[in-house]
Design a protein around this ligand. Structure first.
Ligand code: UDX
Ligand code: UDX
Length: 437
């Protein structure tokens, strides 16, 4: 059993805390946001993440939710920094929250601590965190040992709990052997299946996170460019994917052509790595192209629709950046809605989990529907932006009755071409031949 403090109860901090509590550790969750902490104390989970609520409830006795910074730092041996690292206007990562946690640690620590950077941060941040803590200790004229570790997260939203409980790998970046061993022990219960715990130097660990996320984003941008070509040469991207994926060197993951990739990580991390590479005169042309390709896609999707019809009203299915989350950060769907509004088109939206967050952006400018079918009433076309499973086998007959015109633009290739043709819809998907009735 270890005493752990997790700073930041967001999409990363909470699943991580739940995982540690579940294997018997005592976990303090610290957040500046009092409303969040009050909710958590009352058993209300501030985000939607499958399995999270259940895991937290089952391990309630191992949790302490608090806004008390001093107590949290003094009472715990290992402190995980899981606060946000948003993008600055130049693309670099904004480290103010990470460094303010470091400052608090230096201000209050009273014994040896292990400080873990879990948030995705630029290479060299662990050194900055160390300097910030040292500065505070110097001001206080006290000496305490501490070690700063880089331990990047690889959690996918929508399956973050699963990714914490059964990680593909754990990366621990430290220059101190005993610290590496302590963290290895902490993670061992999650890799009884033999998946690796990689102990490496701090900077390599920081770089592993950026290289991994940028590579995954590049895979998707690549397949999306192949989809553009398929559309022009009459090939089918799903067949192309199948043929490529059968080669073990390529693999079948992250090769689904789509409206665009989104979420809080890929865009932020690609921009941060690009910024880092430019600052050291080693610009990553590939990461740059990955971003450019992705940024062009929401407009391409809307332009494609406009090349078929000028609708009065459009229905959007899915505003979350991917299924099984209520998170709309950097969601392609949100970008599409903004473009539609610029064209003066009326927008109805449906999403199983993300409507509340969507309302925070668009207020009364669009209509929100609890029922996926109600959202289609009097619409000229449907834009499918997020592949929630409830959209997989729709009631075609009902859709036909409710819609004014029968157009579907599918940003996630959810339907079989023959089926939609038989059902009498115009169907335009990604990287496949359009169906016109
Ligand atoms: C994380 C990581 O921080 C980011 O680096 C990674 O790449 C992706 O996800 P996430 O958990 O998604 O961020 O952020 P968010 O949901 O915004 O949660 C951050 C939490 O930290 C919030 O609850 C916020 O109130 C809290 N916070 C922020 C603090 O407690 N202290 C601060 O100084 C700042
Ligand atoms: C990502 C990383 O996968 C995870 O390891 C990291 O720690 C955090 O960032 P996340 O942002 O939660 O996770 O989602 P992910 O599943 O990677 O999807 C990102 C985006 O890519 C989504 O918008 C998704 O719809 C899109 N995507 C994914 C595709 O368009 N095609 C694919 O084949 C896969």
């Amino acid at each position: 059993m270890k005493k752990i403090c997790i700073v930041g109860t967001g999409y990363v901090g909470l699943p991580l805390a739940a995982g540690f509590a579940n294997v018997g550790n005592e976990v303090t969750c610290l957040d500046l946001d009092e409303a969040k902490i009050t909710d958590l104390k009352n058993g209300k989970i501030p985000i939607y993440e499958p399995g999270l609520e259940d895991l937290i409830k089952r391990n309630q006795k191992n949790f302490n939710f608090t806004t008390d910074v001093q107590q949290s730092i003094q009472n715990n041996d290992i402190i995980f920094i899981c606060v946000g690292t948003p993008s600055c206007t130049d693309g670099s990562a904004d480290l103010q929250y990470v460094l303010s946690v470091a400052e608090s640690i230096g201000k209050y620590m009273n014994s040896c601590k292990i400080v873990v950077d879990k948030s995705t941060v630029p290479i060299g941040t662990a050194d900055l965190v160390e300097e910030t803590i040292k500065k505070q200790l110097l001001e206080r004229k006290v000496h305490h040992n501490f070690h700063v570790v880089s331990n990047p997260e690889f959690m996918r939203e929508g399956c973050a709990v699963e990714d914490v409980l059964h990680p593909d790998r754990v990366v621990i970046g430290t220059n101190d052997i005993p610290t590496g061993l302590t963290l290895k022990r902490l993670y061992e219960p999650f890799v009884l299946n033999g998946n690796p715990i990689i102990i490496t130097d701090v900077r390599s660990a920081e770089m592993i996170k950026y290289a991994s996320n940028c590579f995954l984003a590049t895979k998707i941008s690549f397949i999306n460019e192949m989809a553009n070509i398929c559309e022009k040469v009459g090939a089918n991207i799903l067949e192309v994917r199948k043929g490529m994926a059968a080669d073990h060197r390529i693999g079948d993951k992250f090769l689904y052509a789509s409206i665009a990739w989104g979420g809080s990580c890929f865009g932020k991390d690609c921009n941060a790595l690009l910024n880092i590479s430019r600052n050291i005169s080693e610009e990553s042309l590939i990461v740059n192209a990955t971003i450019q390709t992705n940024e062009s896609r929401p407009k391409r999707f809307v332009d494609t629709m406009l090349s078929y019809l000028l609708p009065d009203q459009v229905t959007i299915w899915g505003t979350a950046f991917k299924p099984e989350t209520d998170d709309i950060r950097d969601s392609a769907s949100i970008k599409v809605i903004k473009l539609l509004l610029e064209h003066g088109i009326k927008v109805n939206v449906h999403d199983p989990m993300a409507l509340e967050n969507t309302k925070k952006i668009f207020g009364d400018n669009i209509s929100y529907c609890e029922s996926q079918y109600e959202s289609l009433l009097k619409s000229d076309c449907l834009l499918l932006c997020t592949e929630w499973s409830v959209y997989r086998m729709p009631n075609w007959g009902l859709m036909k009755k409710l819609m004014f015109q029968h157009y579907i633009f599918d940003g996630r290739n959810q339907y079989d071409l023959k089926t939609v043709q038989e059902q009498g819809f115009n169907y335009i998907s990604i990287g496949r031949e359009p169906i016109k009735i």
